[in-house]
Ligand binder design. Sequence first.
Ligand code: F6P
Length: 193
Amino acid sequence: GRILYLTRHGESMYNLENRIGGNPSLTDRGHEYALQLGGYVNGKLRISQVWTSQLIRTLQTSAYIQDIETKRIQKPELNEILSGIFDHLTYEEFKAQNPKEYRQRELNKLTYQYPSGESYLDLCSRIEPIMQAMDTKENLLVVCHQAVIRCILARFQRKAAIEIPYIKVPSHSLIKLTWVDGKNLMEVIPFDV
Ligand code: F6P
């Protein structure tokens, strides 16, 4: 059946600082993941398209994938959850600046909508239109973000909505979803970065 590969971007500057959102670049370690991912994809995989978000960290993560046969497409739908007025803050700063909002998010992470931003439910609706296109016969690699991958995995693995914001998405790993016998078999390929 078709194979869909998903990966988070490599480690970013904001990951190091525990910051929300933004448009940071990769750290040296993140670039190392990009290099290893490129080597693996070029050497082992037959992929016809690579989809990224429009954010620098996913573009950098896919930078070493040769695009002789592979079409590279930026999809705004794959951008990370919009954190509105709390974009760029650390989780600690968010909590200190607005403990009530922070608490609301803790209590209701699925439905909590960042002011001027999105909730997980908003995000899942945003990606819904491209989910169909993701489910093609051709092999595809999607390089995006933690919250976005949670929504994609929930949809393909038929998880209960309430679980979505807590799905573990390992970093520096390829998630391989193979469609067999009417379901998606999931395999995680970790990289030594
Ligand atoms: O930590 C990286 C990140 O992608 C943030 O940009 C984003 O806001 C967050 O993860 C989503 O995870 P959570 O919903 O658990 O805060």
